[in-house]
Design a protein. Structure first.
Length: 114
């Protein structure tokens, strides 16, 4: 079992910046951040492999960056908009020939409001 410990988030004004960090308790292959806004489905925000290959959703590309050091992933969020308000969940995936396992964090809240 892999535990994910998240930190960061909070309240920020539109146009501001926040950071999120997530540390996995063991080696994982892919780490990602998802978010879920009130009344909406959970969506992928950004992901990064252990080789550092990153992918960002169209809605955050150019404003957010994802980085990784071993089994810690950071999401830097700039130029935040009210529509970025959501609970952000850290996700980690371990893969092997026979299958995969997926883990989730508790989800820090990000609120963008004036």
């Amino acid at each position: 079992q892999v535990q994910l410990v998240e930190s960061g988030g909070g309240l920020v004004q539109p146009g501001g910046s926040l950071g999120l960090s997530c540390a996995a308790s063991a080696a994982v292959d892919v780490m990602a951040w998802y978010r879920q806004a009130p009344g909406k489905q959970r969506e992928l925000v950004a992901s990064i492999t252990r080789r550092g290959e990153a992918n960002l959703s169209d809605s955050v590309r150019g404003r957010f960056t994802i980085s990784r050091a071993k089994n810690t992933v950071d999401l830097r969020m700039n130029a935040l908009k009210p529509e970025d308000t959501a609970v952000y969940y850290c996700n980690a995936v371990r893969q092997w020939i026979e299958g995969r396992a997926e883990y989730w964090g508790q989800g820090p809240r990000v609120t963008v409001s004036s």
